[in-house]
Write a protein that binds this ligand. Structure first.
Ligand code: GLV
Ligand code: MN
Ligand code: MN
Length: 416
């Protein structure tokens, strides 16, 4: 039985801190939460996280891409590292727990061992990735891609909605752009991430915690449909309406996503109408397509099917079509040995057996799998609703997650 005085409050404090960080100055949106990469809210959040990491006994640094890292030394100076983390950025009008809860649970984990005077043969590092959501630039997972040592370039054609380049945004934080690719974490034994589920399985099964088996592959496209801008008085048969073509494309994409296998999902989440006005037939529309699937090969087959469908309808409507792949994320499996340890830790600390879940949501863990074996713990999320201010978790579940993480680290230490 764990005797420490922080039980059962470490998880409760992590959740309360997410709530504290859910409003200005930790949000760049006056009502609700929006914490884009390298913005003022991200800066304010880094400062607060740095304070909490320091209080928890960590040495704090910001790496070349703006990830924050807290280091809790092991019993030897060059001890290898057990890395724990998630992301700090949020989508626009997002929930308070997506990403941030995993970072704050990491801090509570270290705080527990610091207060109880425990050190291990490995160091503990808590990482808060700056960009997971593509929250500011049309990119994805830049924080974990750099930390995992994956190649990525600074593309000077890529800007945020205000026209600021990534290079300028990094420079505004005093980050040396020449060091952009030098954020690879060294000597990492394993990566562990706690995250809200973002699907309703745990809520419907009345279970607090789940274990992740793997994360679905994803790909994204930017589609440009070019017709002809025209007067709203133009006869119907004379038009080349790009928005009407987009509407037909969107329902076709939805239908394709609803076919088998059940783990396939397709989303058109963003549409932009050039010079949209009530009295203009839309001439140019840009939209995004997001495709996810766990079953191998499905993502590519479906991308091809969607491409063929769009081509056919655009030929029929005399609309120009351009499709550009803007994201390619391979799926990842959690490590079996780590999953066994985490399962035992959850059983011991919560008294429940966690179901093995597949994640349709993307996570930094799928990138960190390129660097080291990884595992993920899911926390029940009310009705599975996420990327929405209604995102909600229970104190008791977060507390159970905290205890499971503590037990996991202790067990991990016993296996070394
Ligand atoms: C991130 O939340 C993603 O799954 O796209
Ligand atoms: Mn998210
Ligand atoms: Mn997330």
């Amino acid at each position: 039985m764990i005797q420490d005085m922080d039980f059962p409050t470490g998880g409760v404090r992590a959740k309360a801190r997410c709530d504290e960080l859910g409003v200005a100055p930790f949000s760049d949106q006056p009502d609700g939460l929006f914490r884009p990469y390298l913005g003022p809210a991200h800066k304010a959040t880094q400062e607060r996280l740095s304070q909490w990491m320091t209080e928890a006994g960590m040495r704090v640094e910001t790496d070349a891409v703006g990830n924050i890292i807290g280091h809790y030394a092991g019993t030897t100076p060059d001890a290898p590292v057990l890395l724990v983390g998630s992301h700090v950025d949020s989508v626009r009008d997002g929930g308070r727990y997506d990403g941030m809860l995993g970072v704050l649970l990491g801090i509570e984990l270290v705080s527990h061992f610091h207060r109880t005077g425990r050190r291990f043969a490995f160091a503990l590092e808590v990482i808060g990735f700056g960009d997971e959501e593509g929250s500011r630039f049309p990119t994805y997972m830049m924080g974990s891609r750099s930390a995992a040592g994956l190649t990525q370039q600074i593309d000077d054609n890529v800007t945020d909605p205000e026209g600021v380049t990534l290079r300028d945004a990094l420079a505004a934080w005093g980050l040396e752009t020449s060091r952009f690719m030098t954020a690879r974490r060294q000597n990492v034994l394993a990566y562990v991430e706690a995250h809200i589920e973002q699907a309703p399985y745990l809520d419907r099964a009345a279970l607090p915690l789940g274990l992740v088996r793997g994360i679905a592959s994803q790909c994204r496209y930017r589609v440009t449909l070019t017709g002809q801008a025209d007067h709203a008085g133009t006869a119907m048969h004379e038009r080349r309406d790009a928005l009407a073509a987009a509407a037909e494309a969107i329902t076709a994409i939805e239908k394709i996503g609803a076919q088998d296998p059940a783990d396939l999902v397709t989303t058109v989440g963003w549409v932009s109408v050039e010079n949209g006005a009530p009295n203009i037939v839309p001439g140019r529309v840009v939209l995004t397509i997001d495709i996810r699937a766990v079953t191998p090969g499905v993502r590519e087959d479906v991308a091809q099917q969607i491409g063929d469908t769009l081509q056919t309808l655009c030929i029929r409507r005399h609309i120009g079509l351009e499709i550009e792949r803007i994201q390619d994320l391979k799926g990842a499996l959690c490590d079996k040995r780590l999953n066994t340890l985490l399962k035992q830790a959850i059983e011991q600390s919560s008294g429940t057996t966690p179901p093995l879940l597949l994640s349709q949501a993307g996570h930094d863990a799928m990138i960190m799998a390129h660097l080291a074996p990884m595992t993920m713990l899911f926390i029940r999320c009310k009705d599975g609703i996420s990327h929405n201010p209604a995102e909600s978790v229970d104190d008791a579940d977060v507390e159970a997650a905290h205890q499971a993480m503590v037990t996991f680290v202790e067990r991990f230490g016993e296996t070394m």
